[in-house]
Write a protein that binds this ligand. Structure first.
Ligand code: ADP
Ligand code: 5GP
Length: 211
């Protein structure tokens, strides 16, 4: 590279590479159903103005408290399949008999703005994303015990507990594939660790390297 007359920088503008503005970090939160992912994420998003939630598409029935377009985009199977065919999803999986997909374009455009994005997806989906987006950071939320998990699902009024429990051992066995693991025993303590992990991720990440 040639230097400018004062010797302090590149001579021609074609060689000038303006610093890339910081891009957001893809923060993938995963773990068994009922472990407390939404609880941790919702509180974090209320307190943090530098991140957004990635709203997945699903064919599952909407729960009473859920809002279409906020918790999920609720679609029928035909719509979901045609979105798969058009490459709309960064990843998608069948979870507990329903289809769930992470929208590609929405995520990438938010990352471009410099905001971090938080995903709440199943373990297979998380590992899939980390294969495609090497800069994604994966956080695994673990239950204190399987018994605690069953209690939490019953408290939530979940009716498909057995279907969900079948996957738990399988999912916990994959926690080694995640960069960070947090046991959600005491909620306040787990939330403190969750925030600290995200602070660490932000400190370590140079924000330029996404999928
Ligand atoms: P997920 O999003 O992982 O499926 P949720 O966040 O919906 O799980 O939590 C499932 C249930 O467990 C909710 O009723 C929630 O209030 C409760 N819960 C979450 N964290 C804790 C905790 N540390 N101790 C006790 N109950 C919890
Ligand atoms: P729920 O039906 O309880 O909201 O979610 C069931 C499971 O699907 C959870 O483990 C949740 O993290 C996961 N999930 C939600 N959205 C997505 C997605 O877009 N992709 C994948 N792979 N899993 C998802």
């Amino acid at each position: 590279m040639s230097n400018s007359p004062d010797g302090r920088g590149p001579a021609s503008t074609s060689e000038v590479q303006p610093d890339d503005p910081r891009k957001g970090v893809l923060i993938v939160v995963s773990g068994p159903s009922g472990v407390g992912k939404s609880t941790l994420i919702e509180r974090f998003l209320r307190e943090d103005s530098h991140s957004e939630f990635s709203i997945s598409y699903t064919t599952r029935q909407k729960r009473a408290h859920e809002i279409d377009g906020k918790d999920y985009h609720f679609v029928d199977e035909g719509t979901f399949e045609s979105m798969v065919a058009k490459g709309h999803f960064l990843e998608w999986e069948k979870v507990h008999g329903n289809l769930y997909g992470t929208p590609r374009a929405e995520i990438l455009s938010i990352l471009e703005t410099g905001k971090d994005i938080v995903l709440d997806i199943d373990v297979k989906g998380a590992v899939n994303i980390s294969g495609q987006c090497t800069a994604a950071r994966l956080i695994f939320i673990e239950p204190p015990s399987v018994g605690d998990l069953i209690n939490r699902l019953s408290l939530r009024g979940e009716r498909e507990i057995e279907t969900r429990m079948k996957r738990v051992e399988e999912e916990i066995a994959r926690k080694g594939e995640f960069g960070y693991t947090i046991v959600n025993d005491d909620l306040e303590k787990a939330y403190g660790t969750f925030r600290k992990v995200i602070d660490d991720i932000r400190r370590e990440d140079n924000g330029t390297n996404n999928c």
